[in-house]
Design a protein. Structure first.
Length: 513
């Protein structure tokens, strides 16, 4: 007996096998696939059959006069809804022909029924089907292995997502699109209504889908990557893509995209840990400078180019979400994303209670990066330096700049060390509570008199000029002199002494923060 060796066994192949003697007795397509065959005579046969299988029967139930009316209609309905491919009815065993009720219901549903001659045993049909399906399965296995090898090669490409999409497009001869969570296209190949496809995906539940967009058949599946959901869509028009091939490739592509994302995430975390170790050594001055520069160059830093150290703290009310450099956190991740988008090499490590960083002293890109994360973090930056042995002092300078930025409140989410004036430098070097207490002692009873504080501040800003102070305050000069004299009495020292002026300036600087 010959077997069918093509990728699909169809009912037409069984009908064409003359030694089987099968005849179609209903108005139905002969192109349905046959995946297996089984003889069964009991009620509820779909429980024992798989989708795409051929059921064989000699009609035992219909030869029994006790069979209730409507059983034939119920059988065809059950087989059709269960996805059974066809019914093969052995004639001249118990019944001379297929019951008319079976034929009528099968015609109504366009469900195939074929007759099996008395001299052809069911075993002959099941053997033919099994051998043909086995041949088909071997073909499909070889095809699947070849397809997977072809797709796996995309993992080694510089842009693996685009390489995978390109290979899928050549394999399926259709339009392939990879969308991000918001519908932006991450990779694509082939023409297709990409905007309309996304609208349809976005309007449906977040699960694998098959749908029509105009003349396009689309299969889509969600893929979790980089902590967010991406969507892979395969679209074809005019039946150009084999549905079976789509069903084979989608799971493979989904796993490969997941592997690409996981590999990228592992690489990112390894890079963060490696960079954190290097930065930690620089800040602790535990480093051989030549070897450290080699490692920095490997992370994208220009050799011996000036760098800046950053000391960072969360904005008020925002908790730091990472205590170790290898752990994910809101601030480190936001900084990494912003730096990557700007192609700015960035190292991060924890220096409790601070997050420390280092990057090339490219002020334009540093400002752009910090602008993107300004709502999350306040930053103090060291002055540029190129001698890595200066790392510990650079971090102390960055911390001082951060303290000065914090004293300036929301007006200064970032501050460079060279922007810190001498008064801020002096004040930022002490704990805030100590500075506040000292300022209160210097100002004494003046601190609770807003008119005197206003006069002192204006007097200092106007270079100790009474007349300019009067103009600034819209007062008569004598009124200014009275307020200044009253302040001297309360402070217990003259406003003409350089020491007094210095102490008063620093105290007011802190008091007005």
């Amino acid at each position: 007996m010959a077997t069918v060796t093509s990728a699909d066994l169809r009912l037409a192949d069984l009908l064409a096998q003359h030694d089987l003697g099968l005849q179609l007795v209903t108005r139905a397509s002969t192109q349905v696939r046959i995946r297996g065959a089984h003889a069964i005579e009991i009620a509820g046969p779909s429980r024992w059959l798989k989708r795409g299988w051929l059921m064989l029967t000699v009609g035992t139930r219909f030869a029994d006069p006790r069979t209730p009316p409507g059983a034939a209609r119920e059988l065809i309905r059950e087989l059709d809804e269960a996805g059974i491919s066809a019914l093969a009815f052995g004639v001249d065993v118990l019944l001379e022909e297929v019951p008319h009720e079976l034929v009528r219901e099968a015609n109504r549903r366009a469900f195939p029924i074929v007759t099996v001659p008395y001299e052809v045993p069911f075993l002959k049909i099941t053997e033919f089907v099994n051998k043909s399906v086995l041949s088909t399965n071997m073909y499909l296995l070889r095809r699947t292995i070849s397809m997977q090898d072809h797709l796996i090669e995309s993992l080694t490409a510089q842009h693996p997502e685009q390489a995978l999409v390109d290979r899928l497009g050549r394999l399926l001869k259709g339009a392939i699109v990879l969308y991000d969570t918001g519908g932006d296209i991450l990779a694509s190949t082939g023409p297709g209504p990409v905007a309309a496809i996304w609208r349809e995906i976005n309007s449906r539940p977040p699960e694998a889908q098959q749908f029509q967009v105009g003349r396009w058949f689309v299969a889509s599946t969600p893929i979790t990557a980089d902590g967010s959901v991406q969507w892979l869509a395969i679209a074809s028009s005019g039946g150009g893509v084999s549905e079976d091939l789509v069903q084979e490739t989608l799971p493979v592509a989904e796993r490969l995209l997941g592997a690409i994302s996981h590999s990228r995430e592992v690489t990112r975390l390894e890079k963060r840990l490696r960079g954190g170790e290097i930065l930690g050594n620089i800040l602790d001055n535990v480093t051989a400078e030549a070897g450290t520069w080699d490692r920095l160059v490997g992370l994208g830093f220009p050799r011996h180019a000036p760098v800046r150290v950053l000391a960072m703290a969360p904005q008020p009310g925002l908790d730091v979400a990472a205590d170790e450099p290898g752990e994910e956190g809101v601030i480190p991740r936001a900084l990494e994303i912003a730096a990557a988008e700007l192609h700015l090499p960035l190292l991060l490590t924890r220096r409790p209670p601070r997050l420390a960083g280092m990057c090339p002293a490219d002020d334009a890109r540093i400002d752009a990066m910090l602008e993107r994360v300004g709502s999350l973090v306040r930053v103090g930056l060291s002055a540029p330096f190129d001698d890595l042995a200066d790392g510990p002092q650079a971090f102390r300078d960055a911390e001082l700049a951060l303290s000065a930025a914090q004293r300036r409140s929301v007006r200064a989410p970032r501050l460079r060390f060279e922007e810190v004036d001498f008064a801020e430098w002096l004040l930022a070097g002490r704990p805030p509570e100590q500075v506040a207490a000292k300022a209160q002692r210097v100002l004494g009873p003046v601190a609770d008199n807003p008119l005197l504080v206003e006069a002192l501040v204006a007097y200092l800003r106007c270079d100790l000029d009474v007349h300019r102070t009067a103009e600034a305050l819209h007062l008569h000069p004598n009124s200014v002199r009275y307020r200044l004299h009253r302040a001297e009495q309360l402070l217990g020292h003259t406003l003409r002494s350089p020491d007094s002026i210095t102490n008063l300036y620093l105290a007011l600087h802190e008091h007005l923060q």
